[in-house]
Write a protein that binds this ligand. Structure first.
Ligand SMILES: [Zn+2]
Length: 227
């Protein structure tokens, strides 16, 4: 009897562990997606640290990667950023081919075509993070804060861009040459605009399948602030 009790004493923890392990193996997708978000953001932060300390490793850019991607892609992150030549997402995050799905417009202004591009990445490529990234000393923001009531840039299209950016910017602080606060407000405005115009993105956020993060790239330091 004692021997039986001892044996059961040893077996029960093993059984409990097996049940726990089996349960973990079948964890629903939402918590995994949440953990994945953190891992993705951590990886991007690490990449930016390498970039700003001049220790880029240029990952996943070899022939093997080229071949892997020839049959498909699954970029972890959609980076919505300014077209500015000084802020290429793959370089400032030290990422490789197939890692980032980039949507770039001046001042990361969003229209229906660029929102469709973001939706495509989320719905068909499985991207888990949408990052809206502004930058300091942004020309599109400078043009906006100096435009006066009625923009008259000499181009109807640029006037339209200024009109799209203007409502989101409250800080018309000309003394800040880098326009940091205005750039952050512009990021927040793009996040709000994306959510308001895309039921698909709203639903994915509600279900915990994706996360939207704001970011600001500092031209002088190469550092990216995330929030
Ligand atoms: Zn810009």
């Amino acid at each position: 009897m004692t021997c039986y009790k001892l044996k059961m004493k040893n077996i029960i923890p093993v059984l409990l562990f097996s049940v726990f392990a089996a349960a973990c193996a079948h964890t629903p997708t939402t918590p995994i997606a949440r953990n994945l978000d953190s891992e993705i953001i951590h990886e991007l932060k690490d990449g930016n640290i390498r970039f700003k300390s001049h220790q880029r490793i240029n990952p996943r850019q070899d022939e093997k990667r080229v071949q892997e991607l020839s049959t498909g892609q699954s970029p972890s992150t959609v980076v919505v950023s300014c077209s500015d030549s000084r802020v290429p997402p793959e370089m400032v995050f030290d990422q490789g081919l197939g890692d980032l799905f980039s949507v770039r417009t001046a001042g990361h202004a969003l229209d229906s075509i660029s929102i469709a591009s973001i939706e495509y990445a989320v719905q068909h490529l499985g991207s888990k993070v949408i990052m809206i990234m502004g930058h300091t000393s942004c020309g599109a923001i400078k043009a906006t804060v100096t435009s006066g009531k009625n923009p008259n840039s000499g181009s109807k299209n640029i006037d339209q861009l200024i009109k799209a950016i203007k409502p989101g910017i409250k800080t018309m602080n000309y003394s800040d040459s880098e326009l940091v606060d205005a750039a952050k407000e512009n990021v927040e405005a793009s996040i709000a605009h994306l959510k308001s115009k895309s039921p698909l993105i709203r639903e994915q956020i509600k279900q915990g399948k994706i996360k939207i993060v704001g970011a600001l790239y500092y031209l002088k330091s190469g550092e990216i602030e995330l929030w």
